[in-house]
Design a protein around this ligand. Sequence first.
Ligand code: ADP
Length: 243
Amino acid sequence: MSFLHLERISKAYPANGSDLRVLDNLSLTVEEGEFVVIVGPSGCGKSTLLRTVAGLEPPTSGRITLSGEVVNGWGRDRTLIFQEYSLFPWLTARQNMAFGLRLMGQPETERHRVADEWLERLGLAAFADYYPHELSGGMQQRVALGRALAVDPAVLLMDEPFAAVDALTRTRLQREVRTVCQGKTVLFVTHSIREAILLADRIIILTHRPARVRREMSVDLPHPRTIGAEEAALEGAIERELL
Ligand code: ADP
């Protein structure tokens, strides 16, 4: 049995009296601890797919199971990180990271212990008491990552998380995310083929809308990755698939 299983998921939105079909009988399995990256043409349904797994959008048909249980609505076993940093501006970095634990009813000492551990792991220990507006974009996204991981979700969902930061910060974050997500099950959406190659255990290429899985590719290259000959060849192959 797969850890995360999407079984013939379809999704349509009402539009001008008819239906806009966004996902079309899309099936996908993700194993526990796997880092899966989804790429596809712009507007094909990548974000919709992630929001459906998060439980924020019910599928029109099909079902999603996680550890054999049917996913029905939002749950703490899945956390979603967006391109926008979406931190609480009135909370410090430490308080943002501890937020999910507070919702779970963890005592303050435990919340601080876990938040401090993530601040340390993400190189933010010196910024624990800073507010989001006092942090760079890359730091804010690290806080968002720490906040998502602090609750130890079964699946981490990431929707273009590094699209808003500069190129150098993006490269750093790509390295960090692989390190801090070691052993985590991750479903990551990007429009950057290069980013997919740098991060993925497996790349899922979607078709134009309505999205189905067009092709899957395992990437068996050691980390940290850089774009060398093998990676560039893979990049070319995926680009050709998407054209
Ligand atoms: P991608 O992430 O691949 O760029 P999206 O999943 O954001 O694609 O969107 C796929 C299609 O679904 C787009 O045509 C978009 O306009 C449409 N769409 C997304 N969300 C909604 C919604 N809540 N209501 C209506 N249409 C939507």
